[in-house]
Design a protein around this ligand. Sequence first.
Ligand SMILES: [Zn+2]
Length: 112
Amino acid sequence: MRLFEGTSLDIPPTCDLCKELESVCHCTAQQKARIAPEKQTATLHLEKRKKGKVVTVVRGLTAIANDLPGVLKLLKNACGAGGTVEGDTIEIQGDHGSRMKKQLEQIGYRVK
Ligand SMILES: [Zn+2]
């Protein structure tokens, strides 16, 4: 029972994400846990892997607050390279720092 339930002061709760009434909102718990890209800072790291392979790693974005597989797809397309999501990090094969920075900034992330 809400404080003003049934009175004219009663404002039904709405979803922050889709702005629909909670009663009709279809957002999943995961979607609601998402954080706006503008509020997050990604960091790019060039790292060496076995056999002298180089990968560009994105850190600072968590899997719960972001659609990492979706971001991975955009990065792979932008770089024309393969890559994977490992927990809270995204790895793209090769040295693509500047392209990835551009792509991430386009989505709205702050990039260091
Ligand atoms: Zn919603």
